[in-house]
Design a protein around this ligand. Structure first.
Ligand SMILES: *Cc1c(COP(=O)(O)O)cnc(C)c1O
Length: 386
């Protein structure tokens, strides 16, 4: 199925809704039936037809079809946040008393899911350096049920060799989940590489306009069905029809946005790599990136995230540089229209001021849809503050 068909037509049966070109927002919690027989039929198929919106909503269903197709998956679930998608997918695979091998330094709330929440239910997690697939094999225990991957992560961008990690998992009957938020299905297709479930923060590129928090799980039918009927239906962390419609609107331009972001990011990165104030740039699309060969092999493009380390380690100077930026907004998240910075100095408090694990010279960038020369001019004037 071609990308244009998925984004412009798939799942949209316009004859069902007055031939409206844009999908309607079916803002209804429940759906009516003409007879007991009809209602009985509805109840029997409550996951595939309109019965109750926690289980099935027509607007949300259009979004699910498109997201599944983007990943080459059988089906997709959408959730109220990316963190909900991660928690539901993991709980769908791991039971009490089992063991997880997780890449080190995953998304912060993923780390907390394993260390604070699932540990209460007797689930133990080993964090490994995922840049060597063999580290996953070394960590296997008799009760290992899941390998969790995040490639690239969204701060320091370490990759896992997805095909290699999945091959090890299959030999040991272990399930695999990857957080593919950073690459998106446009730049990386983990299901083709053997992954069981992909999870996403749809808050980021899928929606792309910094106005919705949402999550996605994609995968093969049996596992998605079981997460749907068990974890998603009982916990109820569903996406509202309104937010689904906003993400459908965002998806129309996903390829255009990613192409533009990729092009501008490459220009800004090459400016920064040649800037005397910058000690190091981490960007998966740069030949200087330590895992560039693997990146070229399993990714077909690179988004707008990268991290720089300034040469200076003087905190007042770093803060002056960040405060001077005008086109880059100081804010968390990424994947929207607007360029952002998230400086490590934000994490500095009076209690961890001298923490050895915190490098104050580190600044995570996200490049949005602005012109490269505007962003570079802004960086240029802010560097003059150093
Ligand atoms: C933002 C993010 C999440 C969490 O998604 P929310 O939509 O904020 O809940 C998970 N993984 C990665 C890589 C993220 O950047």
């Amino acid at each position: 199925m071609d990308l244009s068909y998925i984004l412009n037509h798939l799942g949209e049966d316009r004859s069902q809704y007055f031939n409206a070109v844009a999908p309607p927002i079916i803002q209804s919690s429940n759906f009516a039936f003409k007879s007991i027989a009809d209602m009985r039929h509805g109840l029997m198929h409550e996951f595939e037809t309109p019965f109750y919106t926690r289980g099935y909503n027509p607007t949300v269903a259009i979004l699910r079809k498109k997201l599944a197709a983007l990943d080459g998956a059988d089906d997709a679930l959408v959730t109220s946040s990316g963190s909900a998608a991660i928690a539901l997918a993991v709980m769908g695979v791991v039971k009490a008393g089992q063991h997880v091998v997780c890449v080190e330094k995953p998304y912060s709330w993923t780390y907390k899911l394993f260390t604070l929440l699932l540990s209460q239910y007797g689930v133990e997690t080993t964090f490994v350096d995922g840049t060597n697939a063999e580290n996953y094999r070394q960590a296997i225990r008799p009760n290992t049920a899941l390998f969790y991957l995040e490639s690239p992560n969204s701060l320091t961008f370490e990759l896992q060799d997805i095909a290699a990690v999945c091959a090890i998992a299959k030999q040991h009957n272990i399930k695999t989940i990857i957080d593919n938020s950073n690459a998106t299905p446009l730049f990386q297709k983990p299901i083709n590489l053997g992954v069981d479930l992909c999870v996403y923060s749809a808050t980021k590129y899928f929606n792309g306009h910094s106005d919705v928090v949402a999550g996605v799980i994609t995968g093969h039918k049996p596992l998605i069905d079981s997460i749907f009927k068990s974890e998603l239906m009982t916990i109820g962390a569903i996406l509202s029809p309104h937010d689904a419609a906003l993400i459908l609107r965002g998806l129309r331009t996903l390829p255009l946005r990613l192409q533009q972001v990729q092009k501008t990011t490459a220009t800004v990165v090459s400016y920064l790599e040649n800037n005397p104030h910058v000690a190091k740039v981490l960007y998966t699309g740069s030949p200087n990136f330590s895992q560039y060969t693997l990146a070229q092999q399993q990714m077909s493009g690179h988004g707008g995230l990268f991290t720089i380390y300034l040469k200076t380690t003087e905190i007042p100077k770093i803060e002056a540089f960040c405060d001077a930026l005008k086109r880059f907004i100081l804010a968390t998240s990424w994947g929207g229209h607007e360029s952002l910075i998230f400086p490590a100095v934000v994490l500095i408090t009076s209690t961890n001021y001298q923490s050895p694990s915190l490098d104050p010279a580190m600044i995570r960038f996200y490049i949005g849809l602005e012109d490269a020369d505007v962003l570079i001019a802004d960086l240029e004037q802010a560097f003059s503050k150093l």
